[in-house]
Design a protein around this ligand. Sequence first.
Ligand code: ASP
Length: 331
Amino acid sequence: MPIALSTWKHGFQPNRITYDAILSGKSALDAVELGARYCEADLTCMSVGRGGLPDATGEVTLDASIMDHDGNCGAVAFVRSYEHVISIARRVMEKTPHVMLAGEGAERFAEAEGFAKTDLLTEKAKALWQEWVRQPDKMHVRLRREEEGEHEYVFVKVGENGAESEISRDIVSKPRNESHDTIGILAMDESGHLAGACTTSGLAFKMQGRVGDSPIIGAGLYIAGGIAAAVATGNGELMMRACSAFHIVEMIRQGAEPEDACEEAILHIRRDKHLTDDMQAGLMVIRADGAWAARSLRPGFQLAAASNRENGTEGANILYNVTADSVTNDK
Ligand code: ASP
């Protein structure tokens, strides 16, 4: 019963790649890595891999994690100059006794493993960063992805309560489409094995050295073979404090339905005393029997889902908009 789920609109094509890889006989682990690599190389996606937006100092730093059915996992954080961090994370999992390598150590490991160095900062990302640097009070200025024009961004000023006001263009009362673009991919292969991958450049213009939820096993990604696989993304600090991916999988282990497990994880995030109006959390899960669900803190979260149950058509890949109600596909 192959299934693939990927976060956000730019996850649509990676999800297709992941699903097709499974149909062609690849393992869930190989398939999620392939999907993630596609996104890392996609320059139109400005929050994953090469082309990602830089940190406050103008440097692009990448985080990634990968986990398989048997509880093996690998992660890298604060990696500069290497595009395919998901594959470096997999190499950490397969070739070292460790779970995570960060910064220079991770980069030296990548070099020793033969990964090619590359300049991650594109002209477009650099121009947006230069515009951000020029903003007065820039630490309270963020980028927001525009609803139309998939890859267009506007600058917004964030007030103390988290409310946003647009500062560079005069567009009022539009639905928010946050610039959270981490890709998280979950898959189940023909043998029922689960795997997952997360890869990101993290929040745009983050403090130098900041690491988010995506490379943290249990926060951005968690798999328990035979039980469930979960991804969480959005404002990473929320999921790091709540251990959201682990929370969802453990709820399912205790008998919760996928949508109830997501709902419970959202309730937990809602209790975070640092939560503000501009923050988002997007969660998705596949249970071992193939039932899946997704839920978000606020409308605006999207995910691509491919399975033979989507629209009843074998191989259909569908983009879902997650509203305040969960999206569910029961077994
Ligand atoms: N979850 C990511 C992080 O906090 C950001 C994102 O999804 O945009 O690093």
